[in-house]
Design a protein around this ligand. Structure first.
Ligand SMILES: *[C@@H]1O[C@H](CO)[C@@H](O)[C@H](O)[C@H]1NC(C)=O
Ligand SMILES: *[C@@H]1O[C@H](CO)[C@@H](O)[C@H](O)[C@H]1NC(C)=O
Ligand SMILES: *[C@@H]1O[C@H](CO)[C@@H](O)[C@H](O)[C@H]1NC(C)=O
Length: 472
């Protein structure tokens, strides 16, 4: 055990040392432990090798959402918590914030040795899209930070996926942020391709807002392949024990999403209205749901005062709460289904939603998206370089915002690279174009004050309880 850990750490360190941004042909290293083969997307499902992969996970945010801390940079706390993850029986942890200047080799190796993948939010409180001023905050300083985070994690086989945003849209009246969220997703996919990394899935984690959830899901899955997400996730606190597949309304969501062609999972779940028994686990991994869903992540591992924690951390010690045992036995009693779970290999992309009371997107319609900020094209070719970490100056009022509309090409990965001297990813860029017309420059159109105050979109965790656990 100990020996293999050392080897894993050494080889991960080597991988990150070798895969410098300038050497784009270097691919992800082989898994040292063999317990976390790289996960791929096929149809509406994840696969680890030939096996259907279900996310059986927990959200890992010790210290809470208010504290901008990186839980996987600290080896001692990582070791402490990996032991609990193993006991719990999870295969994935979601981390909301990382320091892209820190070294993560040891913690990532410990997770890999325990058979655990990482689902990672690339945004930080200072480097994120601001839902009040989305156009201004979508700039090259921001993209440099999230691309540097991709560089830090792309060579670990147990990096499962990247979240391009978390709950940026939390109301119908800020659905106008959606084109920016989708542009960021597109840019991350392009960066991964341009840098020669393996195809690490990129997608968005939506708030538990019933009115625009389906619109948002459709939106992230419409348009050309380079624009579409690799998966879609949403937070869902609507199953409150005692409940059932019908009573929770989960059956209606399964019907609604039955033709959705991307992997779908819950990025947060675990209602605390009553004592948690985690009865939803049996439903989530049962054969009624697995044709459409690929599991989920329980909110959350560490108690931070809101009542959602499975454990209480005090200094170096961890105390398991009753919820911990409840989830542990629910997972133990619910093995992953055998076979392929009835996934759909051949789904079709969605139609882009049209404007409505719940979908107030007017500046970019249909498949139109903001063009990548011109200066950010350089990162595609040269790499992002060193990230700003958690103590940088922040990006929301920095850089030069996007000034144009990217018209989707025919399956091309690049939206605008062909248009600039410095650009040029690994793809052809044929048919892609960017207009620099001011019509969609956005700042004055979109950056208006919604009266929500200086809320940072990318890193805030809002509970669905705020919005009610209404139907679909
Ligand atoms: C992975 O392992 C295979 C088989 O051992 C080997 O052929 C290949 O070169 C390895 N790839 C890397 C990136 O180390
Ligand atoms: C799913 O697709 C099938 C076949 O195209 C169609 O009959 C059905 O109405 C669709 N369901 C939904 C919920 O869109
Ligand atoms: C946006 O909608 C939310 C409810 O979802 C409401 O609280 C807020 O006041 C609205 N903001 C504006 C500017 O209308």
């Amino acid at each position: 055990m100990k020996g293999s850990l050392v080897i894993a750490a050494a080889s991960a360190a080597l991988a990150s040392a070798v895969a410098t941004p300038a050497q784009v042909e270097v691919r992800a290293s082989n898994s040292s432990s063999g317990s976390t083969p790289a996960v791929t997307v096929k149809g509406n499902a994840f696969f680890a090798g030939d096996e259907r992969f279900y996310i059986r996970g927990v959200d890992y945010q010790p210290g809470g959402s208010s504290e901008s801390a990186d839980p996987i940079a600290d080896v001692a706390s990582c070791k402490r918590d990996v032991a609990e993850f193993k006991k719990l029986g999870v295969n994935t942890v979601r981390v909301y914030t990382v320091d892209n200047t820190a070294n993560h080799d040891e913690c990532m190796s410990m997770l890999a040795d325990a058979g655990i993948y990482l689902a990672l939010d690339v945004n930080t409180p200072k480097y994120s899209i601001n839902r009040d001023t989305p156009a201004e905050s979508y700039n090259e300083v921001y993209l440099q930070s999230i691309f540097a985070t991709i560089d830090s994690f792309a060579n670990y086989d147990n990096t499962l996926l990247f979240f391009s945003g978390n709950e940026v849209i939390n109301s119908d009246n800020n659905t106008d942020c959606a084109p920016y969220v989708k542009a960021v997703t597109r840019d991350m996919k392009q960066y991964i391709g341009s840098r020669g990394y393996r195809k690490i899935p990129v997608g968005y984690s939506a708030a538990d807002v019933s009115s625009n959830r389906y619109d948002m899901a459709q939106y992230m899955n419409c348009g050309t392949d380079d624009q579409r997400s690799d998966f879609f996730a949403f937070n869902d606190y609507s199953w409150c024990d005692p409940s059932s597949y019908q009573q929770s309304g989960w059956n209606q969501k399964v019907d609604l999403f039955s033709n959705y062609s991307l992997p779908l999972f819950l990025s947060e779940y675990g209602c605390i209205t009553n004592e948690r028994k985690f009865e939803e686990v049996a439903a989530l991994y049962g054969d009624q749901m697995t044709p459409v869903y690929s599991g989920g992540l329980v909110y959350e591992y560490a108690e931070e005062g809101s009542g959602y924690g499975l454990v209480q951390i005090t200094g170096d010690s961890v105390t398991e709460k009753s919820d911990f045992q409840a989830l542990q036995s629910a997972l133990t009693n619910t093995p992953a289904p055998s076979g392929d779970g009835g996934y759909n290999a051949n789904g079709q992309p969605s139609e882009c939603p049209s404007e409505s009371d719940t979908w107030e997107v007017t500046d970019f319609t249909g498949q139109q998206l903001p063009a990548i900020p011109i200066k950010a094209n350089l990162y595609m070719k040269q790499g992002a370089g060193k990230g700003p970490g958690l103590t940088g100056k922040g990006s929301q009022n920095a850089g030069s915002a996007s000034t144009g509309t990217a018209t989707p090409g025919s399956g091309s990965v690049t939206a605008v690279a062909s248009n600039t001297a410095s650009g040029g990813g690994s793809s052809s860029g044929s048919g892609a174009s960017a207009s620099s017309s001011a019509s969609s420059a956005g700042q004055s159109l979109i950056g208006g004050d919604l009266g929500l105050g200086p809320v940072v979109c990318g890193a805030i965790v809002l509970f669905s309880s705020l919005f009610g656990a209404a139907l679909i």
